[in-house]
Design a protein around this ligand. Structure first.
Ligand code: TRP
Length: 445
């Protein structure tokens, strides 16, 4: 496998893993689903899931990739044996990758549209009502959405064809900290707004009565989605790790940064929501109807708005690339098809599938499957079911199939108690957590 590219150093790898984790999940999805699910109690479960389920599975995934040095499916065969049934987790991951990217890219397109409007200075002369109506207009305009979705997918495909190393490493170092800086700036600004304390109360006070069964599952699913877990992304990235790396440390660092960004985005957005008496449960359009109103009120708002949507575009691209990388790495290595051809083929297919998500907001808005439009259906099936089940299989695979000796070798730099804690986290705690929370949603208890 000496022909495979490797990360130049561990910082490059951490940046890439963070780049994958931090994306629309933090800035768009977390605030919107926290709002739909009533805030505090949802946030608490989500945080608990990150710690007790996300971090151990993150380590397990990195381990399989690092040992297997191959794509998500082949790595199972290399670490176990050819034809191992555990590779089913890899196959589920392929499906999840395609479903997720098909709607993720549509949302990436909305971000591009808002970047374009920011460049034109459109928001600066608008009232709050007009700003809040903008997304509705975009939702109705499927041709415009198709256009931006096309641009977004083209960028993703281009970057994946260029390869993991040259494509992103260099930019990650500059743009991720810049995104962080701009969020801090927004955070400082919203502390001066009326709705700030209400936003803090909404996000951080635990009120179990607001939580529904579906909300619990959503919190579990989102802990996977936001850390890019459960479908082989982190596994695939781990497979580009050459040196012996202290995996737990990487996992904790990525989880910490990812959570921090989501919480800051949440506080900013809900402060705007409460300051302008908007609806916290507004759904997928939440950040689009709130943030431009905030920019308009800030000095240098038009520049901020341009910078913000640009940086979010970048964050979304690094995540989207890590999603597409999973099926591409597999098909290239397994079937020996060229990287360029594979990327174009899979990327093109995903682009077309995205149309179903676009049409969910206009011409096909009455088409419901299991009570959901395509956009919600693809999100819920992949985030709330495929990822947690995939993650559970990954965790059981490392914990029981590869077992204690694998864990000892992965964590050889750590003291015995840390290894034991990790072993039982992936053997019992994380899988049981997923089963209990899923069972709860299904009404088993
Ligand atoms: N974690 C990314 C986000 O929050 C999205 C993402 C990238 C992802 N790779 C993934 C989600 C793999 C699930 C699985 O935006």
């Amino acid at each position: 496998m000496s022909t495979r590219a490797h990360w130049t150093n561990r910082i490059a790898f951490i940046l890439a893993a963070t780049g994958s984790a931090i994306g629309l999940g933090n800035i768009w999805k977390f605030p919107y689903i926290a709002g739909v699910n009533g805030g505090g109690a949802f946030v608490m479960i989500y945080l608990a899931c990150i710690l007790a389920i996300g971090v151990p599975i993150f380590i397990a995934e990195l381990y399989i990739g690092q040992k297997g040095q191959a794509n998500a499916i082949t790595s199972f065969e290399i670490t176990d044996k050819k034809g191992t049934p555990w590779q089913i987790a890899g196959w589920m991951g392929m499906l999840a990758a395609i479903l997720i990217l098909s709607f993720y890219s549509v949302v990436g397109g909305w971000i591009l549209d808002f970047e374009y409007r920011s460049l034109l200075g459109e928001f600066m002369s608008q009232t709050d009502e007009q700003i809040q109506g903008t997304l509705g207009g975009l939702f109705a305009d499927w041709k415009r959405q198709m256009f931006w979705h096309f641009i977004f997918m083209t960028l993703v495909i281009g970057i994946v064809i260029a390869g993991v190393k040259n494509g992103l490493e260099r930019w990650n170092k500059i743009l991720m900290p810049a995104l962080f800086a701009i969020l801090i700036l927004l955070l400082v600004r919203v502390t001066m707004m009326d709705g700030f304390s209400q936003a803090i109360g909404f996000l951080f006070s635990f009120d179990a009565s607001k939580l529904t069964k579906a909300g619990v599952l959503e919190a579990v699913g989102h802990s996977f989605f936001t850390l890019s877990l459960g479908m082989g992304t982190i596994l695939t990235y781990g497979s580009y790790l050459s040196e012996r790396e202290r995996l737990p440390r990487v996992a904790v660092q990525v989880a910490f940064l990812d959570t921090l960004i989501a919480l800051i985005a949440g506080v900013v957005i809900f402060t705007v929501v409460f300051s302008f008496n908007l609806e916290p449960g507004a759904g997928p359009g939440l950040i689009f109807s709130t943030l431009p109103s905030l920019f308009v009120k800030m000095t240098g708002g038009s520049i901020l708005s341009i910078a913000f949507f640009l940086l979010v575009t970048f964050a979304a691209l690094t995540s989207a690339v890590s999603i597409l990388e999973v099926p591409v790495a597999f098909v290239c290595e397994k079937y020996g098809i060229g990287r360029k051809k594979t990327t174009l083929l899979i990327g093109g297919f995903i682009y077309l599938m995205g149309y179903l998500s676009i049409f969910s907001f206009n011409i096909m808005s009455d088409v419901k499957i299991l009570g959901l439009n395509f956009f919600d259906l693809f999100d819920k099936i992949s985030s709330n079911w495929l990822l947690p089940i995939g993650g559970m299989l990954i965790s059981l695979f490392v914990g029981w199939r590869l077992g204690k000796s694998a864990v000892d070798s992965a964590l050889s730099d750590y003291p015995p108690f840390a290894r034991t804690t990790f072993l039982w986290s992936i053997r019992v705690l994380a899988p049981l957590g997923v089963v209990l929370l899923m069972g709860h949603t299904l009404g088993w208890w």
